[in-house]
Ligand binder design. Sequence first.
Ligand code: GLA
Length: 383
Amino acid sequence: MASPAAFLKDGFREKYGDAAAPRLVRAPGRVNVIGEHTDYNLGFVLPVALQMACYIAVAPSLDGRLRVWSENVRQSREWAVEDLGNLEPAGEWSDYVAGVARELVRAGREVRPSNLFVWSTVPVGSGLSSSAALEVATAMALLDKSAGLSKLDVARLCQRAETDFVGLPCGIMDQYISVFGEDGCAVRIDCRSLEHRAVRLPAGASLVAVNSMVKHELGGSAYRDRVRECHEAVDAIRARLPEVASLRDVSVAQLEACADLMPQLVYRRARHVVTENARVEEFMTASAANDLKRMGEILVASHRSLQYDYEVSCPELDFLVDRAIEMDGVYGARMTGGGFGGCTVNLVRPDAVEPFRWGIARIYRGRGQGYVCSPSAGAGEIS
Ligand code: GLA
């Protein structure tokens, strides 16, 4: 297949009949290794930026409009640039573009009339953050280098597009890793300080994402419920520990000592978050010690916590995890991303990767495509 750059240039020329060379940008999707539903609780996450990415070719338009063509859905949308500050969501793919454009205007940035040609290799609805990739790629396309926004500003602005425009009260993980991904490394992010550190995972294991090919409708509303339940837990804990500002501040022992202050369901939600933060740190320690067996066990413990305490898994994800961990060369597996479908992430011995991919696809009735995840760099221009 042609390179992404050649594909984008040809597509752009065909779509817009513009012979001028467009600028090309790329923003990756992600797979989260561990630290699930901890980001909006200001805790720790350990995602990897993928080679699968959203690409945009962009050039000025001459008619005062911002126009976007999605090569994936084969649809186009457009807005007059003077209207961008007042856009409302339409409940479809273009909201990620419109939301970023609106946030840029609201942040006092000039959005110039432009033609965008969008093409993404991140499978939509797979829990690999195709939406964050589109948001970050849009921001890169609409900002020129002289805009003076820091990388962190870009990640935060894209998160606002999702929370304030699209309406999902997400944390910052997906946009952050799309911006700050590191070639060859996972990235451990502290979602309170917004600092990160690159983590090279042991060479003796590969990450394989397996797509369950389901996306249950429950996702959005359940996500909101979880965010609310976490706030409820914090409010309850503060009655005894007023210094607590988020679940990030709570140890397992403190949570246990406060269990009587909240309903059982809220306690279980909080228990997931508090133990998951601890698991991120444990996973890092095991990784530094090259202890693949322990890393695998921690992944499975994360899955069980998401399955039983946080209740964001689903039968398909549980099935894929349960079958995977019985297979040769699989150290551990868990659901990854928001849940209710999407992907599992599997830690697999490199020589077992191919048999694992075939094996899991066969067990999952020929579906369950496996993607080998090689950590890639974050968003940037390509040529
Ligand atoms: C979604 C959200 C992220 C994060 C994950 C769960 O991907 O966009 O901010 O909360 O779910 O870890």
